[in-house]
Design a protein around this ligand. Structure first.
Ligand code: FES
Ligand code: FES
Length: 185
């Protein structure tokens, strides 16, 4: 076991773990950050994506001992109580179906837009290409990204509270369509 300090969403957290433990396990089990999901566990689906130093990273295959830098999870996107424009766009476009993949979709999109704030449709498709959605909500995901591009950072319409429905199914288990609150919070 080793003591490892991780910088997550602006805070520092020290955990006592096997250094080979995947970052995803620590985020979910030790830090109770349920945004990143366990999908394939093989680095292939993207459900576990977090952002480290600006890059989208698959946390299921990243040993804790190899983490260097600032980690941002889905929980770290909102600022001052306001949803990130991508999160709001996801709600407005009703992008999720079961919701399971959507952490990876949003985090991958954020990393893309941070590097390229004005992507073409083709660049969006290429950047999102390897983040899988078994519900095939790709068209809505693309629409949500394009909607987010229309709004300045920090945009939030006044009726947001009415659009966010309560979480009724566990985000970690995939949930149902009602799990969209888990995707954005
Ligand atoms: S769970 Fe990490 S890529 Fe699938
Ligand atoms: S797997 Fe993408 S919404 Fe269900």
């Amino acid at each position: 076991m080793s003591r490892i300090t991780l910088k997550v969403n602006g805070g520092a957290h020290t955990v006592d773990v096997d250094p080979a433990t995947p970052l995803l396990y620590i985020l979910r089990n030790d830090l109770n950050l349920q945004g990143p999901h366990f999908g394939c566990g093989l680095g292939q689906c993207g459900a576990c994506t977090v952002i480290i130093n600006g890059a989208a990273v698959r946390s299921c295959i990243l040993p804790a001992s190899a983490v260097k830098g600032e980690i941002t999870t889905l929980e770290g996107l909102a600022t001052n109580g306001k949803l990130h424009p991508l999160q709001q766009a996801w709600i407005d476009e009703q992008a999720p179906q079961c919701g399971f993949c959507q952490n990876g979709q949003i985090m991958t999109a954020k990393a893309m837009l941070d590097k390229n704030p004005h992507p073409t449709d083709a660049q969006i498709r290429e950047s999102m290409n390897n983040t899988l959605c078994r519900c095939m909500s790709y068209n809505r995901i693309q629409a949500a990204i394009k909607r987010a591009l229309e709004k300045p950072l920090g945009f939030q319409p006044p009726d947001t509270a009415e659009r966010v429905v309560p979480l009724t199914h566990g985000a970690a288990s995939g949930g149902s369509r009602a799990s969209k609150k888990a995707v954005v919070a």
